[in-house]
Design a protein around this ligand. Structure first.
Ligand code: SF4
Length: 401
C-alpha cells in the first residue's frame, strides 16, 4: 500500500467551529490509544494488500511517492516515544524510507509539556517526519479567541520559526477566511503578512458553519456575525490574487504551493503528495478512531469513540464501523469530481488507467454541456475547471454523481 492516514482524536480543547472526530480532556487515554493504534496497524498490514491491484498510472503527473499522514485532532499531543512506536508500526504498511510523512501540529500544543517545542520538532525530524501542517487559522487574536484556538498569532509565528530551526523545510499553514467579524481589509493584510513567512504551502478554507458546534449556535442566535457569501467570495479572490503575486501556485481549489526550481513534484512543487492521492482517487488505508479508508471496490470507516475503538482492538478485531461497496459508476464519478478540484484537472490517461474506460465514453455529454456553460475546458490531454467553474465547483461536481 502506498498511502496511509492515521487519526489522532485528541485535542486540548474543542475549537468552537470544529465538528471533527476529536475529544478534549482525554489525555489520560492517549497511551492506551497509541497501543491500540499499533495493534490496528499490525492487523491492517494483512488487509493492506488491496482487493484490486493498484491502477497502472500512465500519466507521469499522477505518479506519486508513498505517504503517511497524521491528522486529527492534534497529533502533536503524542510524545516522541509514542510517535516512534506508531511510525514503527506504520512502517510495515508504508515503508518510512522515501515516504512523505506529514504531521498536523497545533501551535498551542507542541507539545506535550515535557518537551520544549524545538526539541520536539527536532525529535520528529529524527524519526523521519518531513512535513508539518500547522493550523494557524487567523493572525487576529480576538478572532482566534472566538474560534476557541489555544494560541495567539505571535505564538503561531514563533512555532513556525521553531519548526524551521529544527530543520522542517516543507511546512503547510492552514488559514480560514469568512471568519466572525473579519473584513476584506483585515484578510488582505493577513495574506500580505503570511506571504512573507516563506512557507512552502498554504491551505485556505472558508469557514463552514457546522450544526451542533458552539459557533453555529452563536451565529444563529445573533451573538456573532460572519461575512456574507459575496464578502467571502471577495476574500477568496483576494487570496488567489495576492498569493499568486507572491509566487505561490494555486494547484487545487483551496491549496497553494510555493514555486520552486529546486523541487519538482507532480502537479506543483511542494504539493501535498498525500492529498494528491485523495484528489487522484487513489487507494489508501486508514487507522484510528473514525478514520476513513478507500481500497476500491470498498470504502470503510472506523468506530468513532476512543474507548470503544480501544476495546474492539484489544479484543483482536478490526475496529470497522461500516464498509460500503463501490460500483464502477462510483469510481468514475469520484475520479472526476475529486480530480476536478485540481487546477490541472483530470487527464484522459489518468481516468483511463483508474477507471478502465475512456472519459468521453462515460461522460461525453456531460463534458460537452459543462463546456458550453463555460464551466469546464477541454484540452488535448484532459479536462479542467475554468475560473468561473472553480467558483461554482460544487455545482459542477454534482453533475458527475
Ligand atoms: S485543534 Fe483542530 S481538530 Fe482540534 S478542536 Fe480545534 S479544529 Fe478541531
Amino acid at each position: 500500500m502506498q498511502h496511509l492516514y492515521i487519526h489522532i482524536p485528541f485535542c486540548h480543547r474543542r475549537c468552537s467551529y470544529c465538528d471533527f472526530n476529536t475529544y478534549a480532556n482525554m489525555d489520560g487515554r492517549i497511551e492506551a490509544y497509541v497501543q491500540a493504534l499499533c495493534a490496528e496497524l499490525a492487523m491492517l498490514r494483512e488487509f493492506g494488500a488491496p482487493a484490486q491491484p493498484p491502477p497502472i498510472l500512465v500519466d507521469p503527473r499522477t505518479a506519486l511517492g508513498s505517504t503517511i499522514f497524521f491528522g486529527g485532532g492534534t497529533p502533536s499531543m503524542l510524545t516522541l516515544d509514542q510517535m516512534e512506536r506508531v511510525l514503527a508500526a506504520a512502517n510495515s504498511i508504508v515503508p518510512l524510507a522515501g515516504a512523505e510523512i506529514t504531521i498536523e501540529a497545533n501551535p498551542g500544543a507542541v507539545l506535550g509539556a515535557d518537551s520544549p517545542a524545538l526539541d520536539y520538532f527536532r525529535g520528529l525530524r529524527t524519526l523521519g517526519v518531513n512535513r508539518l501542517s500547522m493550523g494557524v487559522q487567523s493572525l487576529h487574536d480576538p478572532t482566534l479567541r472566538v474560534l476557541g484556538r489555544i494560541h495567539t498569532a505571535a505564538e503561531a509565528r514563533q512555532c513556525f520559526e521553531t519548526a524551521r530551526q529544527a530543520g522542517f523545510d516543507n511546512i503547510n499553514l492552514d488559514f480560514m477566511f469568512g471568519l466572525p467579524g473579519q473584513t476584506l481589509i483585515q484578510w488582505e493584510a493577513t495574506l500580505d503578512d503570511i506571504a512573507t513567512w516563506g512557507t512552502e504551502h498554504f491551505s485556505l478554507y472558508s469557514l463552514i458553519l457546522e450544526e451542533r458546534t458552539p459557533l453555529y449556535a452563536q451565529v444563529m442566535g445573533g451573538r456573532v456575525s460572519v461575512p456574507n457569501d459575496d464578502a467571502t467570495a471577495a476574500m477568496y479572490e483576494a487570496a488567489i490574487e495576492r498569493l499568486g503575486a507572491a509566487g505561490y501556485v494555486q494547484y487545487e481549489i483551496s491549496n497553494w504551493a510555493r514555486n520552486s526550481a529546486q523541487r519538482q513534484t507532480p502537479i506543483a512543487p511542494h504539493a501535498c503528495q498525500h492529498n494528491l492521492a485523495y484528489w487522484f482517487n487513489a487507494n489508501y488505508v486508514a487507522a484510528g478512531a473514525g478514520a476513513h479508508g478507500h481500497v476500491y471496490p470498498q470504502r470503510y470507516h472506523n468506530i468513532l469513540g476512543v474507548d470503544e475503538y480501544i476495546n474492539v482492538v484489544r479484543s483482536g478485531r478490526r475496529p470497522i464501523a461500516e464498509v460500503s461497496e463501490l460500483t464502477h459508476a462510483d469510481l468514475c464519478a469520484e475520479t472526476m469530481f475529486m480530480g476536478l478540484r485540481l487546477n490541472a484537472g483530470v487527464s484522459f490517461a489518468h481516468f483511463h488507467a483508474r477507471c478502465g474506460a475512456a472519459m468521453d465514453e462515460i461522460y461525453g455529454q456531460t463534458l460537452a454541456e459543462l463546456g458550453e456553460q463555460g464551466l469546464l475546458e477541454c484540452g488535448e490531454d484532459g479536462v479542467r475547471l475554468t475560473a468561473h467553474g472553480r467558483m461554482l465547483g460544487n455545482q459542477v461536481f454534482m453533475r458527475f454523481v
